[in-house]
Design a protein around this ligand. Sequence first.
Ligand code: CAA
Length: 380
Amino acid sequence: MDFDLTEEQRLVRDTARDFATREIAPKASEIDKSSRWPAEIVAKMGELGFLGMAIPEEYGGAGLDNLSYSLVMEEISAACASCGVIMSVNNSLFCDPIYKFGTDAQKKEVLTACASGKKLGCFGLTEPMSGSDAQTMATNAEKTKDGWVLNGAKNWITNGPHADYILVFCVTDRSSPKIKHTAFLVPKGTPGYTQANPDHKLGIHGAHSCTVFFENCKVPDSAVVGNVGEGFKVAMATLDGGRIGIASQALGIAKACLDVSVPYSKERKSFGVPISQHQAIQFMLSDMATELDAARLLTWRAAIMKDAKERHSMQSAEAKLYASEMATRVAHKAIQIHGGYGYSAEFPVERHYRDARITEIYEGTSEIQRIVIAASLLKA
Ligand code: CAA
């Protein structure tokens, strides 16, 4: 594994860092406190090519690699984890599967618009009674003469209230014990497709999510993404990439914690010296830096394997598992270093602590990542 970034990767990372520092970080607290959808930042991310990073330019993307995507995700998420996941969902969970499995017409019309940031996508897999056990979904799509009729509900749909399109997974065949699923592309505004109000959550307040409903929602045959009956594989392959995005979001949150904890420890005094001179604080900072570096290496490995078009289910799961739990531990230590100020909304670390927690849950809980890793180990 080559640890050197190319000139292009460094340039992309520096562009993202500059943009995040100047235009996102100053607004992050306000976005969190007011639960505001950061429309102007989403638009600017589109202009910078950050909403379709690994999609070829002919389809509106930036034509970069997945390592660049991880680098940018880390920088954006360090400034604002809400902006990070908005970006991640559009890149990994929407544009990537449309590019891989979509028809030429879907790529020309929908992918080009979403990868360039003119439109936004979301991903509908989870349901009120089907989260980790994703195959057991209740949402159905019934075949008609000239299309399909969708019925059901999907919840926790990040970007759902604002997205122009949803990639939604439905059961299309229950005739045998092994049920079959199909993926559909549904534009917002299609009769029968509606969105509830945004969810109230512990963190990532700016990244609105909601429940969406399909009530006799009619779509044409041309809405099918991939092959009929193979939707579950589309979902799983998509999540292999999505987990790199969430691991990168966790890296950003942890980096933000370390970046404020080091200078704070040099300024804050106790027992007559800066707290950075206490070994207890030094050990915390050392553990934070070591774990962050370890998580970054796991994440970069998964991204490099995705770029090499190698199966990376296990490596993405390892990266997501370790990076997400690392981010929670690092944010916990950042609060400890800041003491009472860390618990106060005047300082950013309490936001990082709340934002970190979801990375252990969405796109597969830590327990699901362990199942994926064990399945790969035991299959060999
Ligand atoms: N790539 C391609 N195919 C895959 C695959 C992959 N990574 N993983 C599994 N498959 C295939 C299998 O080969 C199998 O194919 P066959 O039927 O031909 O044999 C089929 O899919 C079913 O696989 P499993 O038997 O392994 O499926 P399972 O029912 O045991 O479930 C699971 C596996 C890993 C638990 C899966 O259900 C899972 O990942 N659950 C978690 C779901 C999840 O991550 N949800 C997050 C929602 S998205 C989100 O959070 C968005 C957001 O807001 C940010």
